[in-house]
Design a protein around this ligand. Structure first.
Ligand SMILES: Nc1ncnc2c1ncn2[C@@H]1O[C@H](COP(=O)(O)OP(=O)(O)OP(=O)(O)O)[C@@H](O)[C@H]1O
Length: 257
């Protein structure tokens, strides 16, 4: 359903990504991990068609992303940016309603159906009470939840999230992971970048590790997130253990520091 084929990319002279290939299916949750600056956000933006790759292509349902028009692509794929500084001087409800623009003709305004969908998305994330607040007055975590609600209201089948839980408190972080898992069971495909291997163990069917501009490993999370790979990826020492529910988790060793 999403195929990234041999893409390379540079902003200026220096290559940022080199010959990246992988593919995922409907219902997959893909975690992308790598050091700061390894190109995770750039890769998301290439999938979203914000940039054109130097070489290679991204296919969604066998069609190059650059061949979709804006509205039809917005019905396929929604983006939750790494964002708390977006300068929106709108209410939360208005920010979420922005996602419905691809469902309107040029002259129409938001319908009551659009409003209901926006409210439903806020309710889903338990933040309906924020609907009349100004987005710019919210905390970083609240803003993040609003942007996720905006993506849900877009009703796209693919969600691309850039470190979605980075500014959430522990409870909201777990709520978000559980929501992502539920969405994948409903057939949504989710790609998220994360700095936490435990998030990948908890919910991701697939994991992609980026290192030195290339794919360091890609495949089923439990096969990719080995002790050896995590240690090499970050140049750290971790130990892997397994919970009583057979979920692996990572314990860092601090003696390297
Ligand atoms: N607009 C830009 N112009 C020039 N270089 C850029 C631009 N955006 C990112 N870069 C560079 O591209 C490289 C990859 O950045 P990117 O944001 O994709 O990394 P990342 O893995 O998402 O990082 P982090 O984990 O810190 O969020 C970095 O060296 C960064 O400085």
């Amino acid at each position: 359903m999403i195929e990234v084929k041999n893409i390379s990319f540079k902003y200026t002279d220096e290559l940022i990504l080199s010959n990246i290939s992988f593919s995922i299916k409907k219902g997959d949750i893909l975690a992308i991990l790598g050091e700061n600056g390894s190109g995770k956000s750039t890769l998301l933006k290439l999938i979203l068609s914000f940039f054109k790759p130097l070489d290679g292509e991204v296919l969604i349902d066998n069609k190059n992303v650059h061949l979709y028009n804006k509205k039809s692509l917005a019905k396929k794929i929604a983006y939750v940016p790494q964002s708390s500084n977006l300068p929106f001087s709108y209410t939360v409800l208005e920010v979420v309603l922005m996602s419905r623009i691809s469902y309107q003709s040029i002259f129409s305004t938001y319908s009551s159906k659009d409003k209901n969908i926006a409210i439903e998305a806020l309710r889903h994330l338990e933040i309906e009470f924020l609907k009349d607040r100004f987005f710019c007055d919210l905390s970083g975590g609240q803003k993040q939840l609003v942007l996720i609600a905006r993506a849900l209201a877009q009703k796209a089948e693919i969600l691309i999230m850039d470190e979605p839980s980075s500014s959430l408190d522990y409870s909201n972080e777990l709520m978000l992971l559980s929501q992502i898992k539920k969405l994948s069971k409903k057939g949504f495909t989710i790609i998220q970048t994360t700095h936490n291997p435990n998030h990948a163990f908890l919910i991701s069917s697939k994991t992609l590790l980026l290192k030195d501009k290339k794919v360091f490993a890609f495949g089923h999370s439990n096969e990719v997130l080995t002790q050896k790979n995590i240690n090499s990826l970050y140049n750290i020492k971790v130990e892997l253990q397994e919970s009583s529910e057979k979920i692996k988790f990572c314990i860092p060793k601090l003696d390297r520091y």
